[in-house]
Write a protein that binds this ligand. Structure first.
Ligand SMILES: Nc1ncnc2c1ncn2[C@@H]1O[C@H](COP(=O)(O)OP(=O)(O)OP(=O)(O)O)[C@@H](O)[C@H]1O
Ligand SMILES: [Mg+2]
Length: 238
């Protein structure tokens, strides 16, 4: 039975999708059959960040509607055969998506893969609550801003309210050498977020370049960032 990992943040643009693709790539490269599931219905990005946009013909909305089989909606990466993507609709909504649909889909996926990584929508909407109640671990992505910290705490409490006890945070976009006293330091963030810190990701142009090129930055296997994600994955998976 696989592990379901949920990414979350209180503010948009903190790096949830970036974290999801790089974690997924890291786990797949380590030999785990890994499925990334994009739950940003209408605003998906994982297909682009993985360079799979031209191969996504169906999504989980089609599967739930009975239009296609699950294996038609799942796309496997061209480079790593253990890395898979299940997208959500790009422009339309999924009408009547209930808690039962979400939990039924996720329990089916859990039986098929070693790791299921959910890229969740920002904030504290109904969908994130449904997702949290099915997940084994939640990762809050926080950036060095007081607003991001506060909102991450709010999301963390919502996840806790759904029974998601195993929660962690990752600090993303940390600028090396930044000493401006008005910006929260890593130590301040770690103190303010009440769930354990499992990783620090620097601000790095190559991360953005990787997303735009459709190749997660950790696909350069001998890079410092690949090592960094291996450490995060090990702490997360226990
Ligand atoms: N550590 C980083 N260094 C440089 N750029 C980054 C870093 N992390 C993320 N980015 C860039 O920041 C932007 C937002 O990242 P991303 O799409 O992962 O955020 P998100 O939390 O998923 O956003 P949304 O709330 O819209 O879903 C992207 O252009 C991404 O390439
Ligand atoms: Mg995103």
């Amino acid at each position: 039975m696989g592990k379901i990992i949920l990414t979350a943040s209180g503010k948009g643009g903190c790096g949830k999708s970036t974290f999801a693709v790089n974690l997924g790539y890291t786990l797949a490269a380590a030999g785990l059959d890994t499925l990334l599931v994009d739950f940003n219905i209408g605003l998906r990005n994982l297909d682009l960040y993985l360079g799979l946009q031209d191969r996504v013909l169906f999504d989980f909305g089609d599967y739930l509607a009975g239009t296609c089989k699950l294996r038609k909606a799942v796309v496997t990466d061209g480079e790593l055969d253990k890395l898979h993507l299940l997208s959500c609709p790009q422009i339309r909504d999924i009408k009547g998506l209930s808690r039962q649909h979400v939990s039924g889909l996720l329990s089916e996926l859990r039986d098929l893969y070693d790791a299921v990584i959910i890229d969740a929508p920002t904030g504290i909407g109904e969908l994130i609550r449904d997702l949290a109640s099915c997940a084994d671990a939640g990762v809050l992505i926080v950036t060095p801003n007081f607003s991001s910290i506060r909102n991450a705490e709010t999301v963390s409490k919502r996840l806790e309210g759904q029974g998601l006890a195993k929660r962690f945070h990752v600090i993303n976009r940390v600028r090396a050498g930044s000493t401006d006293p008005s910006l929260p330091r890593v130590e301040d963030i770690e103190k303010a977020v009440t769930v354990p810190l499992i990783g620090i990701i620097p601000e790095d142009e190559n991360i953005d370049i990787g997303n735009n090129a459709g190749r997660p930055v950790v696909s350069a296997r001998d890079s410092y960032i690949a090592r960094n994600f291996e450490g995060i994955a090990a702490r997360l998976m226990g």
